[in-house]
Design a protein around this ligand. Structure first.
Ligand SMILES: C[S@@+](CC[C@H](N)C(=O)[O-])C[C@H]1O[C@@H](n2cnc3c(N)ncnc32)[C@H](O)[C@@H]1O
Length: 297
């Protein structure tokens, strides 16, 4: 196996130069990812092409157009499934979705954002629960979803809403029957409901957040980011949520912030409410200043 020299001051400088090159010359900012996984993934790519220094890797990236997509593919880990961690989804169905519905007039819209949706299983799971709670007709009238991810290929796949028999195993058979059509291409999600979802490529560390969201699902995404990037994303999420909105996170994730910003609704199921009211200028200063008093306990 090729030996990569990574623990010298020179290697550290080369790594910084490489990250700087990616950010400023290639429009690809990887600095928000945790340092350990950043290095692991870079080194994996370097081993694949027999390169043993960050400097040579930067030259390779410059000369080989296919390398940047290959590198990004290493970062954008797309593991997902329908109703992943089903206890948390049961909690969402029995405790949170009814709260969202009763907090609104019967003709008011309900807005959901799945951020880091990968190949779409998460947003379709949520739409199934909403359709079960509201009835399909009312769901078609009232629910609007946004499903975003930094990975363009994943978004394209999500948009199709076509899954294999193995991929839909996590869905109870009655719901499979009701929400999927068995076709030659695979199991296709209910087409009218699918049209309630807007899919788009969106980088959580960079792009403007959605707004007026009642339920923001961001599961198994923040774990890849360092604390500073997590905090800046959480400020954006706070902005995105309605006053009565909820944030649903992954099993291995916790919010490291003052409780006033996102008071927990259930620590166990990783559901948080929107706390504190902030003014628009507070958001700007929180995002531009990065770490803020709100994140110090
Ligand atoms: C492990 S998957 C989680 C999928 C789904 N949320 C779930 O829990 O089943 C992580 C997703 O985060 C996306 N991701 C990583 N960095 C991102 C970023 N900066 N902006 C938006 N999405 C990102 C990846 O492309 C990937 O689809």
């Amino acid at each position: 196996m090729i030996n990569i020299n990574i623990n010298t001051p020179e290697a550290n400088l080369e790594l910084e130069a490489l990250l700087d090159y990616l950010k400023h010359s290639r429009g690809c900012d990887l600095t928000g990812y945790k340092r350990s996984s950043l290095m692991r993934r870079l080194q994996y790519r370097m081993r694949c092409i027999n390169i043993n220094s960050y400097q040579s890797y930067q030259q390779y990236l410059h000369s080989e157009p296919d390398e940047l997509p290959a590198l990004l593919n290493e970062f954008l880990i797309k593991v997902t499934s329908f109703f992943r961690d089903h206890h948390a989804w049961d909690y969402l169905a029995t405790e949170i979705i009814p709260k969202i519905i009763t907090s609104k007039q019967t003709d008011e819209p309900i807005r959901v954002w799945s951020a880091g949706c990968a190949t779409g299983q998460e947003i379709y799971s949520c739409l199934i629960l909403l359709a079960e709670a509201l009835g399909i007709e009312s769901c078609l009238k009232r629910v609007k979803c946004f499903a975003t991810d930094a990975d363009q290929a994943a978004i394209r796949q999500a948009q199709q809403g076509i899954y294999t028999a193995t991929q839909i195993i996590g869905i109870p058979p009655a719901l499979q029957e009701k929400y999927f059509q068995d076709t030659n291409e695979g199991y296709v999600f209910h087409s009218k409901l699918r049209r309630r979802i807007i899919f788009c490529c969106h980088d959580l560390t960079w792009d403007a957040p959605m707004s007026k969201i009642d339920l923001l699902i961001c599961r198994n995404v923040l774990i890849y980011f360092n604390l500073k990037a997590q905090q800046s994303i959480l400020v954006r999420f706070h902005f995105a949520l309605e006053k009565t909105g909820f944030l649903f996170m992954g099993k291995a994730e916790a919010i490291i912030t003052r409780r006033q910003l996102f008071p927990p609704v259930s620590f166990k199921q990783h559901v948080y409410a929107k706390g504190l009211n902030l003014e628009i200028e507070d958001y700007f200063s929180l995002i531009t200043r990065g770490k803020s008093r709100l994140f110090k306990d």
